[in-house]
Write a protein that binds this ligand. Structure first.
Ligand SMILES: C[S@@+](CC[C@H](N)C(=O)[O-])C[C@H]1O[C@@H](n2cnc3c(N)ncnc32)[C@H](O)[C@@H]1O
Length: 237
C-alpha cells in the first residue's frame, strides 16, 4: 500500500480548524462532535439513486429529507444489519415522512445489482464493517462508473494517539459494537477501487475518536481495480 503521506500528497487534503478558544467548554466539546455540517456535506446536491450504508438509527434521515425537498425525484435506499437499529431508522424515516427503502444487509455483500447507485454514502460505518477491503469492493460494484462515494469516518490518528488507538481497539471493539478506533479507512479508499477526489481531515471528535475525515471518491476502472485490490493486505486487529 502506498504510504499515508504519499496518498495524502495526491489529493486535495485540507485541514479544518478547531473551534475558537474563547468558547465555553461545553459548547466547544459539543462542537467537536457536531457532525451536522458534515452530514449536510454528505447529502448535498444529491441526484438519482442513493444508498446510505449502515444507516444506524437514521442519523442521515433529516439531511436526506432536505435533499428530497430540493430534488423530489431522488430514490433513497439504505442498509442496516442490526434489527433494532433498523426498526428505529424506519421510525425516524416515517417521522420525517421520508420514503426510504431500508433493508437488512452488510456492506460486504450488498443486496443490489451492479451499477445501481449514483451516490453511496458512509457515515461512521467503516470503523465497524467486518472486512473493509471487501466492503469497498462491493461499494465499487454497486456504484455507477460516473457515480460517487461520499464518506465521513473517524480514522487512525498519526503519532502517539495512533498507538494508543491500536492498544485500545481490541477491548474497545468488544464494548462498542465492533467499532475499531484505528482503521485507516482513508488509506484503504485511496489504495483500493476508488480515486480520492477530495479529502479533509476534521478537527472534530474527542479522543479516542480522532481525527475524522470526510471526502468524495470516484470509481476507477475494473481493470485497474483488480491490480490495486490484489496488492492490498488486511489484518484484523
Ligand atoms: C457508528 S454506527 C453509524 C450509524 C450511522 N451511519 C450514523 O451516521 O450515525 C455504525 C452502524 O453500522 C452498522 N454496521 C455494522 N456492520 C456493518 C456492515 N458490515 N455493513 C453495514 N453496516 C454495518 C451498525 O449496525 C451501526 O448501525
Amino acid at each position: 500500500m502506498p504510504s499515508r503521506k504519499a496518498e495524502r500528497g495526491n489529493t486535495n487534503r485540507t485541514e479544518t480548524k478547531p473551534p475558537t478558544p474563547d468558547q465555553p467548554i461545553v459548547a466547544a466539546l459539543s462542537e467537536r462532535f457536531d457532525l451536522a455540517d458534515h452530514r449536510r456535506y454528505l447529502a448535498r446536491d444529491l441526484e438519482g439513486v442513493i444508498l446510505d450504508l449502515g444507516a444506524g438509527r437514521g442519523a442521515m434521515v433529516p439531511y436526506l429529507r432536505t435533499a428530497v425537498q430540493r430534488e423530489p425525484t431522488l430514490h433513497l435506499h439504505a442498509i442496516e444489519p442490526d434489527p433494532n437499529r433498523r426498526r428505529q431508522a424506519k421510525r425516524t424515516a416515517s417521522a420525517h415522512d421520508l420514503d426510504m427503502h431500508l433493508r437488512s444487509g452488510r456492506t460486504e455483500s450488498l443486496p443490489y445489482a451492479d451499477d445501481t447507485f449514483d451516490v453511496v454514502i458512509a457515515s461512521a460505518v467503516f470503523c465497524t464493517v467486518q472486512d473493509p477491503p471487501r466492503a469497498l469492493k462491493e461499494v465499487h460494484r454497486v456504484v455507477k462508473q460516473d457515480g460517487e462515494f461520499r464518506f465521513l469516518e473517524h480514522v487512525r490518528s498519526d503519532g502517539l494517539r495512533g498507538y494508543v488507538q491500536d492498544a485500545m481497539t481490541p477491548l474497545w471493539k468488544r464494548v462498542d459494537n465492533g467499532c475499531h478506533l484505528n482503521r485507516r479507512t482513508d488509506d484503504w479508499i485511496a489504495a483500493g477501487p476508488f480515486a480520492l477526489d477530495e479529502i479533509e481531515t476534521l478537527s472534530i471528535g474527542v479522543s479516542p475518536f480522532r481525527p475524522f475525515v470526510r471526502g468524495t471518491a470516484t470509481p476507477v476502472s475494473h481493470t485497474e481495480t483488480n491490480s490495486r485490490i490484489d496488492r492490498r493486505e488486511y489484518v484484523s486487529s
